[in-house]
Design a binder for this molecule. Structure first.
Ligand code: FAD
Ligand code: DLZ
Ligand code: SF4
Length: 517
């Protein structure tokens, strides 16, 4: 028999139409999939995230076999497993003596750098194919970005609307407006009819993965069970259908809302599934558009949802590849504080932080406003080292891959890239959290108080942050009002605010999880 072509499929490439699989010969070629310790530990991922990826990989191998492919699947507990991609590719080459290796470009710099040297290392023809599961190819993003003074997402998004034709009437946006964000900022109230995400009971293979993860990664962060993520394509599509039917209609209105005890509100929970390739982002957007056209979802919901995917998701990927591998090391605001222990323990008297951190531990999930305006905002105001914050977000969320996590953390949340993604930092006092949530009502801190013993820590930290970075931000027209307000605060009060912030941070550094100042 003639030698096969070896086709390597990575854990976030679980798509039958993947470039590395197209044009292959299922009967002769060998698809290689490998569970390797290095991918689970380069940051110590949440147990649930590792289990999700392994279970989805095993389900995809089954799907490929059912479609006639020969799949060589290496499990983590294979006694010969070397623990790394290069080690496993080398072993597979020894097993199959292939004539060539075909693989799709990895989604992040770290693994792409490994793939780039394989032709030389293995003295074998290697095809490294583009990942064309995105709407905007890397080179199109670079072309769009080159020569622009500012890279605002809104303008990129309009290009993607034109390119896909989503919510377009000829060359005009449906409803006469590109963006309905101003309608998407309603606070939510407890609601008996709040949809509950569809939960999928683990099958036998997933149960085997859960046992493996428990035995190998028991010291990693996060709760492994209950585990209810969809891991097959069929279940992922059921989850998508659930979202479109049950949650999309109110997604827009309550996109920025936060409620105690409500971990998911009207969010889709689809990011882990999209990011590994179980759901096609464009198909999802077309189906959201169809819900609007059928009169089942309002325009602000469909537009808001589609914008997150063809806008933000594609845009952050473009930024990631354009900015290069050192992006995660940016630190424009010179922040050096260590990540407080409460990010791991979820133990804190700050009700908003406890809520966001607690559900992160339980579910490997927090929604966007919790990530940006609670845990991200705190890290920004407290001046926590961006690289540590980046590694935390990369480890703890089931949807986290560097290409999407880093621009959101380093850029959007921490302003550590100096303002590539946002014209101003997403910094806020407790007032924003109070407006968008019911967290403050049950908090030991008083959101209205700025300097008293029970004052909400976000308040003093916010003014202290503005004062610390005055030279950088006061010329920014979008921040001028904040500095005018700061200047109107009586000098003695300003002193108290700075003293309060300093005392809180000193206490945080000394006592970790106990945040009482
Ligand atoms: P929904 O609210 O239902 O949104 C729909 C979809 O839009 C998401 O599934 C996602 O695919 C996409 N989306 C929404 N916002 C963004 C965004 N800002 N960037 C890219 N895609 C977006 N998203 C990740 O997929 N992986 C990450 O590692 C990640 N890290 C983040 C870190 C920080 C500090 C912040 C502020 C945001 C991060 N996000 C990340 C973006 C966003 O928070 C998640 O995509 C979202 O919370 C996922 O939940 P969902 O599927 O219920 O989203
Ligand atoms: C995140 C992850 C984990 C935990 N484990 C594996 C694995 O064992 N095998 C694999 O192919 N992929 C895994 N992944 C996803 C990879 O880290 C992801 O494909 C790369 O980051 C892409 O650059
Ligand atoms: Fe968070 Fe402050 Fe509100 Fe407490 S009072 S929940 S710390 S914003």
């Amino acid at each position: 028999m003639r030698p096969p072509t070896l086709r390597l499929v990575l854990g976030d490439q679980l798509t039958p139409g993947l470039s590395a699989l197209r044009g292959g010969d299922p009967a002769r070629d060998v698809v290689l999939m490998v569970e390797v310790a290095e991918e689970a530990t380069y940051v110590r991922h949440h147990k649930k995230k590792i289990a999700f990826i392994f279970a989805a990989m095993r389900a995809f191998a089954k799907e490929l076999r059912a479609a006639g492919w020969r799949v060589d699947y290496v499990t983590l507990d294979d006694l010969e497993n070397t623990g790394s991609f290069p080690g496993e590719v080398a072993r597979a080459i020894a097993r199959h003596a292939p004539k060539a290796l075909v693989t799709t470009e990895a989604s992040e710099h770290r693994v792409l750098a490994m793939q780039a040297i394989w032709a030389e290392t293995f003295a074998l023809p290697v095809s490294l194919l583009p990942d064309d599961r995105f709407i905007c190819p890397k080179k199109d993003f670079f072309f769009w970005a080159d020569g622009r003074k500012s890279l605002r997402m809104e303008f990129f998004y309009r290009e993607m609307r034109r390119k896909t034709g989503l919510l377009m009437e000829g060359d005009q946006p449906t409803g006469g407006q590109w963006n309905f964000d101003s309608e998407n900022r309603k606070p939510a109230k407890g609601d008996l009819f709040m949809p509950r995400p569809k939960r999928f009971a683990p099958d036998a293979e997933t149960k085997a993965v859960l046992a493996l993860v428990e035995s190998r990664f028991s010291d990693h962060f996060g709760d492994l069970e209950p585990f209810w993520f969809p891991v097959t394509r069929t279940h992922a599509h059921e989850a998508m259908a659930w979202f479109l039917r049950e949650a999309l209609p109110r997604f827009g209105d309550y996109q920025d809302a936060m409620l105690r005890g409500e971990k998911f509100l009207f969010h889709s929970l689809l990011s882990p599934l999209i990011n590994v390739g179980l759901i096609d982002p464009l198909e999802l957007c077309r189906r959201a558009e169809a819900e609007y056209k059928a009169g089942r979802a309002p325009l602000n919901a469909a537009e808001g949802f589609i914008r997150q995917i063809i806008g933000w998701r594609e845009y952050v990927r473009g930024i990631y590849w354009r900015e290069g591998p050192d992006y995660t090391r940016r630190n424009a605001l010179g922040a050096t504080r260590r990540l407080p222990l409460m990010y791991w323990s979820a133990e804190t008297d700050m009700a908003c932080m406890a809520e966001a951190l607690g559900q992160t531990k339980e579910e490997a999930y927090a929604h966007h406003i919790q990530r940006l305006m609670v845990t991200g905002n705190f890290a920004l105001l407290a001046g926590i080292d961006p690289f540590e914050v980046h590694e935390w977000y990369l480890a703890v969320y089931a949807d986290a891959y560097e290409w999407v996590e880093a621009p959101n953390t380093i850029g959007m949340s921490l302003f550590a890239d100096g303002g590539l993604l946002g014209s101003k930092p997403y910094a806020s006092s407790g007032a924003y959290i109070d407006r968008m949530s019911d967290y403050c009502r049950g908090c030991v801190y008083d959101v209205k108080d700025k300097t008293g013993p029970k004052a909400c820590p976000f308040n003093a930290l916010y003014w202290d942050f503005l004062a610390r970075h005055r030279s950088r931000f006061e010329g920014n027209p979008r921040m001028a009002q904040m500095y005018r307000t700061y200047d109107k605060i009586a000098p003695a009060m300003r002193e108290s605010l700075h003293a309060k912030a300093a005392a809180f941070l000193a206490h945080l550094d000394a006592h970790g999880a106990d945040t009482k100042a």
